[in-house]
Design a protein around this ligand. Structure first.
Ligand code: FES
Length: 257
């Protein structure tokens, strides 16, 4: 969801017919979860401020126009929210279809079931892609040709993880994890629109940037764009344990091979 609100004032609203009372300032996404309703999402989590970039978590509010993002829209007294209408289903499938059409189909993260994006595509009921995998019929590669910014070379400079821009959906979770969780601010979003992409410091390779290799970005990435090298080489571990020390608070993961 999104971070908890600390307000003492409570607000009551209805979501998919369920009445829920939450602190003022809570996002509709978080309130929905309190009511046992999971709204599809790719760019929100409990640790970081909502950003509203993936457009999967859209909802409808009775009497209001449009379909606002539930992660960035706060609750309001007495509103009636719908999270699962036909219109929302169709918008979400359309959004996922565009993501998947500009995404490599041969990603090991998909094969290992380690990709939130593929999970969400299934969750919203996307069963076919009119544009083809790898953007075959997608308008963007036709416009951009070989200069499609999403198909740049991988950055393998860091000894612990790899960054593959082709798999990035620019949700900014890695940028926010780096800044908000770790306090390092090594990552930024460069460019605008279809040209936007993640860059380390002044467009340096990860190893030469301000990156301290804490792994917060890798943990946050909802696709296979940022992956640990051991996972790439050896596959997903059978089990893992997360421990957190006072040094950075990120939580390092120890894995069985
Ligand atoms: Fe709300 Fe991505 S989760 S826009």
């Amino acid at each position: 969801g999104t971070p908890a609100s600390k307000s003492d004032r409570m607000v009551t609203l209805t979501i998919d017919g369920k009445v829920v009372t939450v602190p003022e300032g809570t996002s509709i996404m978080r309130a929905a979860r309190e009511a046992g309703i999971e709204v599809p999402k790719l760019c929100a989590n409990d640790m970081m401020k909502a950003y509203g970039s993936c457009r999967l978590c859209l909802i409808e509010i009775e009497g209001r126009n449009g379909t606002p993002a539930s992660c960035t829209t706060p609750v309001a007294e007495g509103i009636k929210v719908a999270t699962q209408t036909d219109r929302l289903g169709s918008i979400r499938r359309g959004v996922m279809e565009l993501y998947m059409s500009d995404h490599p189909a041969d990603c090991p993260a998909c094969a290992e079931g380690d990709c939130d994006m593929v999970e969400m595509a299934a969750k919203v009921g996307l069963t076919e892609n009119r544009y083809g995998p790898n953007g075959e019929n997608h308008v963007a590669p036709l416009l951009h040709g070989d200069t499609n910014p999403h198909f740049r070379e991988q950055d393998l400079s860091n000894p612990y993880f790899a960054y593959d821009p082709a798999k990035c959906i620019v949700c900014s979770l890695c940028v926010r994890a780096c800044g908000e969780v770790q306090g390092t601010f090594a990552l930024t979003v460069e460019g605008r629109g279809f040209e936007s992409r993640i860059a380390a410091s002044m467009d340096d390779p990860f190893l030469e940037s301000e990156c301290v290799s804490c792994g917060a970005c890798v943990q946050a990435c909802p696709t296979g764009a940022l992956r640990e090298k051991t996972v790439i080489e050896k596959g997903m571990p059978e089990w893992s344990a997360v421990t957190t020390c006072a040094y950075c608070g990120v939580g390092c993961t120890f894995k069985a091979e």
